[in-house]
Design a protein around this ligand. Structure first.
Ligand SMILES: C[S@@+](CC[C@H](N)C(=O)[O-])C[C@H]1O[C@@H](n2cnc3c(N)ncnc32)[C@H](O)[C@@H]1O
Length: 200
């Protein structure tokens, strides 16, 4: 099999400067729309700790850090250059830590987080079921997983560093198989979906 992690690292390292300068907008508006939707839906909900898997240049973490200065916020990404931009953007935000790593083996303990988010990153993972199982593992009981990604129906063929595209139904099935109780499932735009599930 192709080494998707290596391909993604090279791809996103290569575009990190441009991506970070526009919060991804120069590339596509989809990540920003998903992050803004997460912020709207999480408004007023208590979240003490959150892990953003595939955090990129840190757009979602920066919104969360501004709104929830006392929360413990963690970001993980396979691309060191995207993480370097995230670190710059989040400079001075207490309670934020970033790590380099892959979504298939989260470097966190069982039951650490109230929430795990994953925005526009999942379609790069060569281990989709494992990525969901890992999110389940690091969540506390009652914790929520939010997965927003490109919708297969609005996309063409996956690019070189993209493993597969999914619909909201496909993603919901992956969440249910991992043990999540699916709570929300909808098409956010013609090219993206939003799915959330709770760990019982
Ligand atoms: C389109 S960007 C989205 C970044 C961010 N979530 C946002 O909303 O702007 C996809 C991110 O997923 C990361 N990524 C790709 N494959 C990954 C993997 N296997 N594990 C962790 N991160 C990965 C990339 O490095 C990149 O930063």
């Amino acid at each position: 099999m192709k080494d998707y992690e290596k391909l993604s690292r090279e791809h996103f390292d290569g575009m990190a400067d441009n991506y970070a300068a526009t919060d991804g907008l120069y590339y596509t508006e989809l990540p920003k729309l998903s992050c803004d939707e997460i912020m709207r839906r999480c408004e007023g909900i208590k979240i003490g700790s959150l892990l953003d898997v595939g955090c990129g240049s840190g757009y979602l973490l920066s919104l969360l850090a501004a709104e929830r200065p006392s929360a413990r916020l963690c970001g993980l990404d396979i691309s060191p250059k995207m993480l370097a931009h995230a670190a710059k953007k989040l400079q001075g935000a207490a309670g934020v830590t970033l790590k380099e790593g892959g979504a298939g083996e989260l470097p966190y303990a069982d039951g650490e987080f109230d929430a795990v988010t994953c925005v526009m990153s999942f379609h790069h993972y060569p281990y989709p079921a494992r990525a969901v199982t890992e999110a389940f593992r690091v969540l506390k009981r009652g914790g929520v997983y939010i997965l927003s990604d490109v919708d297969k129906r609005g996309m063409g063929e996956p690019g070189e560093e993209e493993f597969a595209f999914y619909t909201a139904d496909d993603a919901a099935r992956l969440l249910a198989d991992a043990g999540f109780k699916v709570e929300e499932k909808f098409r956010l735009t013609p090219k993206s979906f939003y799915v959330s599930g709770r760990k019982p």
